[in-house]
Design a protein around this ligand. Structure first.
Ligand code: ZN
Length: 656
């Protein structure tokens, strides 16, 4: 191929490419593109890992996969398909999770470079930590809709993935939505999907039935689902949800009982899911009618603000279902309704279904008004953004192989050109490491504010260490004692799980030493006792302990990412900038929107010029944020998080 013809690449690069060994983590939207780019540019020794199997909904953008591959391993099929482009390449595929102990520091050290094409923060953080320890350059990438991002992470030179505390994440994996909702937003997203299944444009990604392929449900459920692709309860039902609803003429009782009784009972048979969670309680239509004499609140303002009783909610469900059925009936056969938060019936339906589901899973219910504001918007994964982003990833990889690290500034891909006619926008500088980073600093430390009288050891492990701090297998000891609080050895410290921190003498001012051997990561946690207010999160993590000191000198903030930089990392988000505190609500998948900003310096990049032709700049949207407290006032690009529904692929690049 062209890349192997002398003269296509500059002297030396062709050889470096041929001699390098590359790891691609993730074989989804960006991963497929990266793998194709690698084999076409002459890379000879490539390994790719992905835990997922191919779903029908992947086929519109994960172009190494075709219909006949549905249900098969993404990594294996990506390997086979990519080899067709260059049969002489050596590609090793792993159908596995990168977070297992098969892939430790020694594994990472074999590679010249690691390319991340992941869809969730936990895996990103894990690879970040291993690459830092193994001292292997990592190129991190992600996309959200039309926006993308690519950045180099290199120990000592650049900020790492976790240098800037990350804000709450707002997108959710399918399993959470379909099987194990734990927050109101999960139920709202599910209800919107249900609307589309019944009346809207149905999308395989928006299935609402129990997901039998949930990895957490255990191998058995997953395998059974794969073997039986036309399994009557699970993954195939979705195709027929609307046909079935039509058949029963959108009968409120039948639909209610299927969604909230039969499907929930089915979920209960997936026993693994409920080992560490409260199991849902199926709800039956006739029970909802009992003892509920309340009429529907007619006053629209009151109705908007109030959390309705379950009986009222069931009535709203039935009424909105009927109205939507009539509205849909007026449309042609191949036409459909479009969900709109300002459409009364559509909004009523989603609010009612979200609250019924919340009730079943023991999640607080919300007013219609709250649900409307949470329903947010959805960012689809876009093949073109993935392709541009993956192109930039591989161009950055060339620079890294040539050790031209200074040329590897973070790059953002945007929908619209900025004032400089760029739609691919590079940073002006390399973002340096944050000396207070709780991951890449010499001695990583954080402060955790919790109610030590209430927080249990299990919550410390699951919510704080694993979910918020992205560890995989933490061991925890209480500093200054020999007391082992949490052991990664199964069963060893189970007796502590339900004890509160205070019962284990972990009180205000204590220091916990945490060690995650899978990540070669050690962290020192100072515990501060605090009783959170009603509206506050159960805990708060402060990554920069200095920020707790009285602020007398705003300018004196050391260490914060430089004034000139934009968001230094993928999927970090709004207030990620230099805010030292974070609250993590959810652990999977990220997306963010990169907003336009026209303050970028002119770049010599040829790409933006080329792009300018087809990109309207007129409607360039500019949202100025008032600079926050400790946020550099002239921060260039702003990144905000949103509610992407698709979890695939997040970020971007370009070579200037
Ligand atoms: Zn860092």
């Amino acid at each position: 191929m062209a890349a192997q013809i002398d003269g296509v690449f500059e002297a030396g690069l062709q050889k470096k490419i041929a001699e390098s060994k590359v790891l691609v983590v993730g074989a989804g939207g960006i991963g497929c593109e990266i793998l194709k780019n690698l084999v076409l540019t002459g890379f000879q020794d490539i390994e790719i890992i992905d835990l997922d199997t191919i779903d029908v909904s992947n086929l519109n953008r994960q172009f190494l996969f075709h219909k006949e591959h549905v249900g098969k391993s993404k990594a294996n099929v990506a390997r086979e398909s990519a080899l067709a482009f260059n049969p002489s390449a050596k590609i090793k595929a792993y159908h596995d999770s990168i977070t297992t102990n098969n892939y430790g520091v020694n594994f990472f050290q074999q590679f010249s470079i690691v390319l991340n094409a992941l869809d969730n923060r936990a895996a990103r953080s894990h690879v970040n930590r291993l690459c830092l320890t193994a001292e292997v350059p990592l190129i991190e990438s992600g996309t959200a809709g039309y926006n993308g991002q690519v950045e180099l992470i290199k120990r000592g030179l650049t900020s790492c993935y976790e240098c800037v505390p990350q804000p709450a994440q707002k997108s959710f994996p399918g399993c959470t939505i379909r099987n194990t909702p734990s927050e109101p937003i999960h139920c709202i997203v599910w209800a919107k999907h249900l609307f589309n299944q019944l009346f809207g444009e149905s999308n395989e990604d928006e299935d609402v039935s129990p997901d039998t392929a949930d990895p957490e449900a255990g191998a058995e459920a997953g395998n059974a689902a794969l073997e039986k692709e036309a399994n009557e309860k699970g993954n195939v039902d979705r195709v027929n949800t609307r046909a079935w609803a039509k058949q029963c003429e959108y009968d409120a009782e039948k639909i209610f009982n299927k969604l909230f009784y039969d499907d929930i009972n089915y979920l209960l048979t997936m026993g693994n899911l409920w080992k560490n969670r409260n199991p849902p309680k199926p709800a039956k239509w006739d029970k909802m009618q009992e003892g509920e004499e309340d009429a529907i609140v007619e006053d629209s303002v009151a109705r908007d603000q109030k959390v309705l009783s379950m009986g009222q909610t069931a009535k709203v469900f039935a009424e909105s279902l009927k109205a939507l059925k009539e509205a849909a009936g007026k449309l042609g056969d191949d036409d459909h309704l479009v969900w709109d938060k300002d459409d009364k019936d559509a909004m009523d339906f989603v609010a009612a279904c979200a609250n019924i589901r919340a009730h079943i899973f023991g999640i607080p219910r919300k007013s219609r008004f709250e649900i409307k504001s949470m329903a947010g918007n959805i960012i689809p994964a876009i093949a073109t953004t993935n392709a541009i982003t993956a192109g930039i990833v591989v161009m950055r990889a060339f620079r890294v192989l040539q050790q031209e690290y200074e040329a590897c500034k973070t790059v953002y891909v945007r929908l619209r050109v900025n004032g400089r006619n760029q739609f691919i926008v590079p940073e002006t500088i390399i973002t340096p490491p944050n000396p207070k980073c709780y991951v890449c600093a010499a001695k990583p430390e954080v402060v955790v504010k919790v109610d030590t009288k209430k927080l249990t050891v299990r919550e410390l492990r699951d919510e704080i260490l694993i979910k918020a701090l992205n560890m995989v297998s933490p061991d925890v000891t209480l500093d200054g004692t020999c007391s082992i609080v949490i052991s990664s050895e199964e069963g060893e410290t189970d007796c502590n799980n339900d004890k509160t921190l205070e019962e284990l003498k972990i009180v205000d001012g204590c220091i916990l030493k945490v060690d995650d051997f899978l990540q070669n990561y050690e962290l020192s946690i100072t515990v501060l006792h605090k009783e959170p207010g009603r509206e506050e999160a159960a805990y708060e993590i402060v990554a920069d302990p200095d920020s707790l000191k009285p602020k007398e000198n705003e300018q004196g903030k050391p260490s914060e990412p430089s004034v000139d930089d934009a968001q230094p990392s993928t999927s970090k988000g709004v207030n990620g900038s230099s805010k030292p505190t974070m609250e993590v609500e959810d652990d999977d998948d990220d997306m963010y929107i990169i907003e336009d900003d026209d303050d970028e310096k002119p770049s010599t990049s040829s790409a933006p010029a080329a792009a300018a032709a087809g990109t309207p700049s007129k409607s360039l949207e500019k949202r100025k944020h008032a600079p926050e407290d400790d946020e550099p006032a002239n921060k260039k690009a702003k990144v905000s998080s949103s509610h992407p529904v698709e979890d695939d692929d997040d970020l971007v690049i370009l070579d200037d």
